[in-house]
Design a binder for this molecule. Structure first.
Ligand SMILES: Cc1cc2nc3c(=O)[nH]c(=O)nc-3n(C[C@H](O)[C@H](O)[C@H](O)COP(=O)(O)O)c2cc1C
Length: 360
């Protein structure tokens, strides 16, 4: 049996990836802010949420497909934008995009990707793809190039106008091999600063406000997703700005340590938004049961960040694709075992909290 055949869950890939990655790449991908409490709690919050399986229902045919921003996906599972995937494997973001194409989800490309929009389009022509960026002082967006390469929505990340305090990367700063010293989708200034990660501070617009969201809507006709919403208050403001989707995220615990785990804030945001726009979530999703729970709590789509990087590190495109298949298959099996034949049937009645921990 090949080594990769023995890896049967995301955690197996995480352990193996930590063996094969160079130390500072491993630190970059795995670390979180400060004491990494939110990194741990994002995952633990899913474990505290328990499933209420139903029995004796016909689940012989399962339908995982749904509509996202007006078009279908085969499964409500996608890949969050994460920078520098070329550090994990030379396939980089092309490998991740192909992995998502294989399951029919949605792939989000980071502005700090090591592959260009055009390379992604060539590698995975049929993947549904969105592009992410931050609000930099120069406000230059390579939006037209992205649109031309088939990217169909903008993801504006709001929770990282300063870089979080990742201790391991401060002790051993990330070093880029010479072949990765270009970031094709960032403006030259941004690319140069991001490559010296902690200078990124200089190019970010620290005074940015919701006006930027209005500005973005005025210059682009693409759907707009705002990523990094962590409170009901901001969800209400986002809706009032006419965004197409709210992406509940704490950046995988890399920004504010002790920020509330995303699966804990999701229910109240869903209740408040009342279907006025779509809602996505990421942070700590490592199992099909986690995806099942997030969908039951009202997320339209669930995303993973680090898992795809672990897949890439272990086996390039093959490893990344296996990770996505594992998650998809685990979701499918959880549905079968819980009496759910269509993702649209998932409601909060399928989940419960451990007594004393929280409430729905
Ligand atoms: C190594 C790494 C790089 C990231 N880079 C970006 C980025 O460029 N843009 C962005 O919006 N989020 C970025 N994120 C946050 C992810 O999009 C996502 O919110 C987070 O990884 C989800 O948590 P998870 O890793 O526990 O699944 C990054 C996360 C990691 C781990």
């Amino acid at each position: 049996m090949k080594k990769i055949d023995r890896l049967v869950c995301v955690e197996d890939f995480a352990q193996e990836a930590k063996q094969v990655l160079a130390k500072n790449a491993k630190d970059y991908f795995t670390s979180g802010a400060d004491d990494e409490i939110t990194v741990v709690q994002n995952t633990e919050a899913f474990s505290r949420l328990l499933i209420r399986p139903r029995v004796l229902r016909d689940v012989s045919v399962r339908n995982l497909s749904t509509m996202i921003l007006g078009k279908s996906v085969k499964v409500p599972l996608g890949v969050s934008p994460s920078a520098f995937q070329g550090l994990a494997h030379s396939d980089g973001e092309c490998g991740s995009a192909k992995a998502v194409e294989a399951i029919g989800g949605i792939f989000i490309l980071s502005v700090f990707a090591t592959k260009s929009y055009e390379e992604i389009a060539a590698a995975a022509p049929n993947v549904r793809r969105w592009f992410q960026f931050y609000m930099h002082k120069d406000r230059q967006v390579k939006e037209k190039a992205a649109q031309k390469a088939g990217f169909e929505a903008i993801v504006l990340t709001l929770d990282a106008q300063s870089v979080g305090n990742r201790r391991s990367s401060r002790r051993d700063p990330l070093e880029f091999p010479s072949h990765l010293k270009s970031l094709p989708n960032a403006t030259p200034d941004a690319a140069q600063k991001e490559l010296k990660i902690f200078e990124l501070h200089d190019i970010m617009d620290h005074g940015v406000t919701w006006e930027a969201v209005s500005w973005l809507k005025s210059i682009s006709n693409l759907p707009l997703v705002v990523k990094g919403i962590q409170t009901v208050e901001d969800a209400i403001i986002a809706v009032s700005h006419g965004v197409d989707a709210i992406f509940v995220s704490n950046h995988g615990g890399r920004q504010v340590d002790t920020a509330v785990p995303t699966c804990d804030i999701l229910p109240e945001i869903v209740r408040t938004v009342k279907g006025k726009c779509e809602i996505y979530v990421d942070g700590g999703v490592r199992r099909g049961t986690d995806i099942f729970k997030a969908l039951a709590l009202g997320a339209n789509m669930v995303f993973v960040g680090r898992p795809i990087v672990y897949g890439l590190a272990v086996g390039g495109t093959v490893g990344a694709t296996k990770v996505m298949h594992i998650l998809r298959d685990e979701l499918d099996l959880t549905m079968a075992l819980s009496g759910v034949s269509n993702v649209s049937e998932l409601t909060p009645s399928y989940v419960n909290r451990v007594p004393g921990h929280s409430h729905l």
